[in-house]
Design a protein. Structure first.
Length: 134
């Protein structure tokens, strides 16, 4: 992407994983490989940038998610937790959103079991900020 090589060097890049690819039935290995390539491209253009990689929102009860999609979601989360690249922080920013059973916590749900409400949106923002200072 052209923004990777702008006039100013990036110091932080926040990569948020969305559920769209998972619901589309994309294999977890494909999603993880694409994210690794994206991080490598960021690193090539901005070797000193800190990359903060987030986990996808818990969405086990989302009506568009099949049992197979949920398995892919679990594999993507597990794969991201294994990332050990230089200057990459995997930020479990969605931990506060998870009710403990991979469902979006009711107190942070807009009602569709996928999108966080205002309180739920603040949780990742707080975690991202803390990760950017670490």
């Amino acid at each position: 992407a052209c923004w990777l090589k702008g006039k100013r060097e990036l110091t932080h890049v926040y990569l948020e994983v969305q559920v769209n690819d998972i619901i589309a039935g994309t294999a977890s290995a494909t999603i993880l490989a694409a994210l690794a390539t994206f991080r490598a491209n960021i690193r090539a253009a901005n070797p000193f940038a800190r990359i903060i990689q987030t986990l996808p929102t818990p969405c086990r009860d989302y009506s568009g998610m099949s049992a197979g999609d949920y398995t892919i979601w679990q594999e993507v989360v597990a794969g991201l937790l294994l990332v050990s690249e230089s200057n990459v922080i995997v930020c479990p920013a969605v931990a506060a959103l998870n009710d403990g059973t991979d469902r979006l916590a009711a107190s942070r749900d807009t009602g569709d079991h996928l999108h966080p409400n205002a309180t739920g949106s603040q949780d990742p923002a707080t975690d991202w900020y803390a990760a950017s200072l670490s």
